[in-house]
Design a protein around this ligand. Structure first.
Ligand code: HEM
Length: 499
């Protein structure tokens, strides 16, 4: 068949045009394929892996880390890919990317679906981050007496005050009660922090959020609004929250208006709720309550990550004495002050080692790719994927930590003394210690959370003996769901008041 010259020219033009248009897509796709995949690379195979990953990714992430370590690798989730990166060089490349390209906020919203689990406005505008960074962190010394006082009171109520009598406690329940009281006291003040109904809600919200996340994860994003109507407790929890916090919001708003009019100095509370009201971005009880519930959710990590600390103390009672000596000597000098807590290097090290081995999640530092991201070796992560760091695999790496699987509670305080290195403290960020994430979006609440955990541990070692129940394993069990981990809720320990 003869083709007219004009048609031939048109076909050549068409092929060239198609090549020009598709070449970047093909090349981009090849560059994404250059990132090794854990498990099957076929469509059906990776779908099956994604279903298995719903139950937990720790094992597959460890496998990828052992195989690839300093190069990125990817694992499938039902509707997405997670590209896992580790090592200072790769993390630095991720850290340098602007938020418009790699977004921590969008990644957290994807993982925790805040629009459907806490509230739409919370998921749209994270203005409370700035309040944490500036106000909370700046006021830690002022907040300390309330935190310390509430911990001392709550400890006696929850762990008991009778001398010489061993008491069994369910670790997570006991820890959550004490830490919730202390966080609430610092963030929202008295008397709310002791209201049993409000405290019950504070314990309920994190479980409700995680249950809704697990359900929503089974469905594609476009039907989340419908599914959420059946599985999410957001509205119910907000209404319950307003019952407790609504009158306080109204009272403080009224007080604020009078304050502005009179221009007289008043005894205005100095806590997160007040900073939120003064900020004025949100004024309705509904919105402020959801913002508060977001803080309640964020603070939950302070409790869940303390359970391994308590467990390690009970599993290794031989460390109680050196810890006690440190606390007694520092408190003897400085009293129960923030300055004293800052000097407790062994307490800090014990916590950090427990975080290193306990691990809150298998992957942290999530970043959603909003514009294709290219590593320096030309591998491309396309828009829509998530980039994350393998917390547990890094924390167990033998090349980073000697005897990496052994609980060595004073490894960080030794380094701090031997090498005069203050970067060994719990709040310090590095590519080798990822409990609080990395880079500019690392946890801004870590100074607050660490202050609470150090104060609690210092009080516990000075007031209690601890041990495990007979036949208990020396390592604590935890449960996994996707990238998230939680301590076994049935974990029990024995405590005995000594003072
Ligand atoms: C021991 C307790 C805590 C742990 C282990 C923890 C851990 C983390 C981690 C891993 C991240 C992600 C960092 C990243 O993406 O690089 C994060 C982010 C965040 N955390 Fe925490 N956190 C804790 C306590 C808190 C508390 C008490 C608050 C609030 C007062 C808080 C507020 C936040 C906020 C607002 C972010 C998002 C930061 C951003 O995207 O810029 N966290 N946290």
């Amino acid at each position: 068949m003869l083709i007219s010259p004009s048609l031939e020219l048109l076909s050549i033009f068409g092929v060239v045009l198609l090549t020009v248009i598709t070449a970047p897509i093909v090349s981009r796709s090849l560059k994404f394929h250059a990132i090794p995949t854990l498990g099957s690379t076929t469509w059906l195979g990776s779908y099956w892996s994604a279903i298995k990953n719903l139950g937990g990714v720790a094992e597959i992430v460890q496998e990828g880390y052992d195989k690839y370590k300093d190069i990125p690798f990817k694992i499938p989730t039902l509707y997405n890919w997670i590209v896992v990166v580790s090592g200072n060089k790769l993390l630095e490349e991720v850290r340098r990317a602007p938020d418009e390209q790699l977004s921590a906020f969008e990644a957290d919203n994807d993982a925790l679906k805040f629009s459907f689990t806490i509230g739409h406005k919370v998921a749209l505008d994270p203005y409370h981050f700035a309040i944490i960074k500036t106000n909370i962190n700046r006021h830690l010394t002022n907040l300390f007496p309330s935190i310390d006082n509430e911990i001392a009171l709550a400890l006696t109520e929850v762990f008991g005050s009778e001398d010489s009598k061993w008491r069994g406690v369910v670790a997570i329940d006991a820890v959550r009660k004490v830490i919730s009281r202390a966080s609430n006291r610092a963030l929202f003040g008295l008397p709310l922090c002791r209201n049993p109904g409000w405290l019950e809600l504070c314990l309920q919200v994190p479980s409700d959020v995680m249950a809704s996340v697990a359900m929503l994860d089974l469905f594609p994003r476009f039907i989340w609004p419908v599914v959420a109507k059946f599985v999410s407790s957001t509205s119910r929890n907000t209404r319950r929250g307003i019952e407790y916090i609504g009158p306080i919001i109204r009272e403080r708003q009224k007080h604020g208006a009078v304050r502005l009019q009179d221009r007289t100095p008043t005894d205005t509370p100095n806590d997160f709720l007040q900073w939120l009201i003064d900020n004025g971005t949100e004024t309705s009880e509904w919105e402020i309550t959801q913002r508060i519930l977001m803080m309640v959710f964020a603070s939950h990590a302070t409790s869940s990550s303390f359970v391994p600390v308590l467990y390690n103390l009970a599993a290794h009672p031989e460390y109680l004495q050196p810890l006690r000596e440190e606390v007694n000597s520092v408190v003897h000098q400085d009293g129960w002050t923030k300055a004293a807590i800052d000097k407790m290097h062994m307490i800090d090290s014990f916590l950090k080692e427990s975080h290193r081995l306990g691990g809150t999640n298998s992957l942290v530092g999530l970043r959603k790719v909003l514009k294709d991201f290219t590593f320096s070796d030309s591998r491309v992560v396309p828009r829509g994927c998530i980039i994350a760091v393998p917390l547990s695999a890094v924390h167990h790496d033998k090349e980073i930590y000697s005897s990496s699987n052994t609980f060595d509670p004073f490894r960080f305080s030794r380094l701090r003394i031997d090498e005069n290195d203050s970067r060994q403290q719990l709040v310090s960020l590095s590519s080798d210690f990822l409990t609080f994430g990395h880079g500019k979006h690392a946890c801004p609440g870590r100074f607050f959370a660490t202050l609470i955990q150090k104060t609690l541990l210092a009080h516990i070692v000075s007031l209690y003996d601890l041990k495990l129940e007979d036949n208990a394993s020396s390592t604590m069990k935890s449960f996994e769901s996707g990238i998230f981990m939680a301590p076994d809720p049935t974990t029990r320990i024995l405590m005995r008041r000594i003072l």
